[in-house]
Ligand binder design. Structure first.
Ligand SMILES: Cc1cc2nc3c(=O)[nH]c(=O)nc-3n(C[C@H](O)[C@H](O)[C@H](O)COP(=O)(O)OP(=O)(O)OC[C@H]3O[C@@H](n4cnc5c(N)ncnc54)[C@H](O)[C@@H]3O)c2cc1C
Length: 370
């Protein structure tokens, strides 16, 4: 059996570990805190591919395929973990708040329709039929009927419980300090407590912390970008689709009637604090997108650190110089949607050295050439 150590138990590491275990590898998953406790559990859980995609590039295609395959992954995870994930496909309304945004939306519509996707521009009145209460100030709305979401806090719990029901060995509360190698081949990891774990393959899936681990053969340009989120009690205003803005703010309905509102993008290092300024930004976008919620007070708030790479695309695949080291990181704003597909690709690469998917646009040495 191939011995594999996976570093980090967010969606990146857990998906990879599960895919490796399914295919018969001996997997040890090392987590410095607990599974799902970082960006994965902090996220909004949008399973979106069309929103915020800049054009028909490789990342867009990866997100699209990841979205298409999500139901299969979610069903398997629900069965394995016993948790319901509330995956739903109620679409996404994006407010075009100025003429420029309307033009941008029209351009998005053109290339996405050429790519065979469903998208529509709606007059505010038509948008209000889809979602009563949306702001009156918008010029128009971009409607993506195929976007979806799940409950990401349930997802985080489900990943941990699913791992516990497999033969994967989970070491939590103890991080990896260093990846060790000999003669250009990975031999294992050294833990924070000094213990060594031997392995033929090591998967680096430590989210925003990926670049901080010792023994890496290259500088890994992944940085933490803080996002703050608030949960609102919205029993009065039933929200069905996700409602979002071009500025990256969104309202995401949850099965219990509450609404998650996010999020900020803050370059503040490894600081997960909630701030007044962050909550103010969220509150302003809530008022703009769904004015009926403006007077509501959040019942909960939190922050997480997105692992953002230097070009905002994921870093996937084997290191070209250090044999046995494979990356599954840098998923940025899209880790919940990308995680399961990327995990399946990484597992294929670990086990066979090849994948049916074109992972090369995401290889780790692309930054060296810049
Ligand atoms: C506010 C917010 C909203 C978001 N909304 C969405 C969304 O709607 N849709 C979407 O697709 N994406 C969203 N994202 C992005 C998504 O959450 C991330 O891309 C994804 O969770 C990254 O997963 P990961 O496993 O790489 O990282 P993480 O979930 O952060 O997991 C990394 C794990 O590695 C562990 N670790 C770190 N260092 C070590 C070490 N040395 N040894 C062992 N373990 C270590 C950490 O403790 C952590 O548990 C959002 C993110 C935020 C912050």
């Amino acid at each position: 059996m191939l011995e594999v150590v996976v570093i980090g138990a967010g969606i990146a590491g857990c998906s990879t570990a599960l895919a490796l275990w399914e295919r018969g590898a001996a997997v040890t998953l090392v987590e410095k805190s607990r599974p799902g406790a970082a960006a994965t559990g902090a996220s909004a859980g949008m399973i979106v591919a069309q929103y915020e995609s800049g054009g028909p590039d490789e990342k867009f295609r990866l997100c699209l395929e990841a979205r298409t395959r999500y139901p299969e992954f979610a069903a398997k995870l629900e069965e394995l973990s016993g948790h319901q994930l509330y995956l739903r496909w109620d679409g996404m309304l994006v407010a075009n708040l100025s003429d420029e945004e309307h033009e941008e939306a029209a351009a998005t519509l053109r290339w996405q329709r050429q790519a065979g996707l469903e998208a529509e521009i709606l007059e505010p009145g038509a948008a209000a039929k889809l979602q009563p209460g949306v702001g009156v100030g918008a010029v128009s709305y971009l409607w993506f009927p195929e976007e979806g979401q799940l409950d990401s806090q349930r997802l985080a719990a489900a990943l941990g419980d699913a791992i516990a029901r497999t033969g994967i060995r989970l070491i939590s509360g103890n991080g990896v300090a260093e990846i060790v190698s000999s003669g250009g081949q990975v031999t294992g990891v050294v833990m924070a407590d000094g213990r060594t774990l031997e392995a033929e393959r090591v998967v680096l899936a430590a989210g925003a912390w990926s670049g901080t681990i010792g023994g890496l053969p290259r500088e890994l340009p992944v940085r933490p970008v803080r996002g703050q989120i608030a949960r609102f009690p919205s029993k009065t205003l039933a929200l069905r689709p996700i409602v979002a803005s071009h500025a990256g703010r969104y309202l995401v309905p949850r099965a219990d009637g509450t609404v998650l509102a996010g999020s900020t993008m803050e370059d503040v290092g490894f600081d997960r604090a909630i701030t007044e300024a962050g909550l103010q930004v969220i509150h302003e976008s809530v008022s703009q997108l769904l004015p009926g919620m403006a007077r509501l007070k959040p019942i909960e708030h939190w922050a997480g650190l997105r692992p953002i790479s230097a070009d905002s695309s994921p870093i996937i695949g084997p290191d070209p110089e250090l044999d046995g080291l494979v990356y599954a990181t840098g998923y940025g704003r899209d880790g919940i949607v990308l995680g399961p597909l990327a995990g399946a690709i990484v597992a294929e690469l670990v086990l066979t050295g090849a994948s049916r998917h074109d992972w090369r646009p995401f290889r780790a040495d692309r930054f060296a050439a810049r």
